[in-house]
Ligand binder design. Structure first.
Ligand code: PRP
Length: 210
């Protein structure tokens, strides 16, 4: 693959699972797994460099074409939107967006306008708009479960993986909003310029995952 091609990967769990995928493709990912403070790590066996970034920045770098590809959660894609090709569901990083509220709440009934806390206000607004429900959405940066516990919100829309954070804070799932997993995304111009290389890489990933 062309030496200057870069793939931006979300730091954290997706990076570990992406490294496992690249190892299946024959790459040595020891430097990717332990990058220290390094933010661009060459992976010579794949002929590309891994760029370590926060999830929304993965999309920004791919959209602007400084990274040809990216690995990012569907949650970030749903919230950020953007113009790129979503070419492969990588199947890892599985979780879901859920609407949750204090256990025993009759959340969906009644006339009072509900207040929802979320790290994903766009996803939350779209969910309620599609159900014809008028809600107030308050953006929270982290530990959204705190908002109903403190009385700031009637419910939350957030990522649920094991459900233990909800249970530990007296909340229960009212509805699943969407299933989430990691996606491989590709810059639209790069797909034209490096079509064979990029499609070849996508195909190798697809085979390694099956
Ligand atoms: C996420 C999410 C929930 C929690 C769900 O938070 O926002 O709080 O994980 O996981 P569980 O269902 O396995 O309990 P994260 O750990 O990313 O940190 P944050 O709350 O600071 O965003």
């Amino acid at each position: 693959m062309s030496d200057n091609l870069k793939i931006a990967i979300t730091k954290g769990r997706l990076l570990e699972e992406s490294s496992s995928l690249f190892e299946k493709l024959g790459a040595d990912c020891s430097a990717v797994r332990k990058p220290g403070r390094k933010l661009v790590v060459p992976v010579s066996e794949l002929g590309l460099s891994v760029v370590l970034a926060k999830a929304p920045d993965v999309i920004t770098y791919v959209e602007h074409g400084v990274c040809a590809m990216g690995i990012v959660g569907k949650d970030t894609i749903m919230e950020s939107g953007g113009s790129f090709y979503e070419v492969l569901d990588l199947g890892f990083g599985r979780c879901r967006f859920a609407l949750a509220a204090p256990a025993g709440t009759d959340f969906l009934n009644g006339w009072k306008t509900r207040t929802i806390a979320s790290k994903y206000p766009k996803v939350a607004m779209e969910y309620f708009r599609s159900r014809g429900m008028d809600v107030n959405v308050i953006k929270i940066e982290g530990s959204v479960e705190l908002a109903p516990v403190l009385g700031l919100a009637d419910g939350i829309i957030d990522i649920v993986e094991t459900g233990s954070t909800l249970r530990a804070n007296g909340l229960e799932i009212i509805d699943t909003v969407a299933d989430i997993s990691a996606r491989l995304i590709v810059n639209t111009a790069a797909m034209k310029l490096y079509k064979n290389e990029l499609l070849g890489f996508v195909e190798k990933c697809r085979e390694a995952l099956t």
